[in-house]
Write a protein that binds this ligand. Sequence first.
Ligand code: RP5
Length: 153
Amino acid sequence: MGSQSDWTTMKHAADVLDELGVSHDVRIVSAHRTPERMYEFAKSAKSEGFKVIIAGAGGAAHLPGMTAALTPLPVFGVPVESRALSGEDSLLSIVQMPGGIPVGTLAIGKAGATNAGLLAAAVLALMDTKIEASLDAYRTNRTAAVAERPSDD
Ligand code: RP5
């Protein structure tokens, strides 16, 4: 993520990965404030063993696109809700990538972070039967939790 202030949103991606038993690392890597750190991370991510990158940023959110430009790994971008424009700026910054450098862009905020974790797990599940089983159980539990009728409580 681009800043400590993104963590309250991005924590939802980490939480779902924890729930699914997917090992992950969490870092603050700013395209604007720590560009060398971003470059080093993105260039070496594949050789360090990372398989998927989730990049969350807000405002002028260049982190997901810059990261995608520097690595062949799949990159999922999470637009963090910004103070000034409620995350619409983040969304448009991340989603409008030129053809050829893809960033899989999620919804603004918590739902996007959660779904980025689930999508990353789904990619990993293609080659990991334990994660596949965790994801199946997650979906079964979510389905079972939906009541047939609404309650007044
Ligand atoms: C972006 O600027 C970060 O991703 C964050 O969402 C936003 C604001 O950062 P702070 O000023 O809170 O550090 O680079």
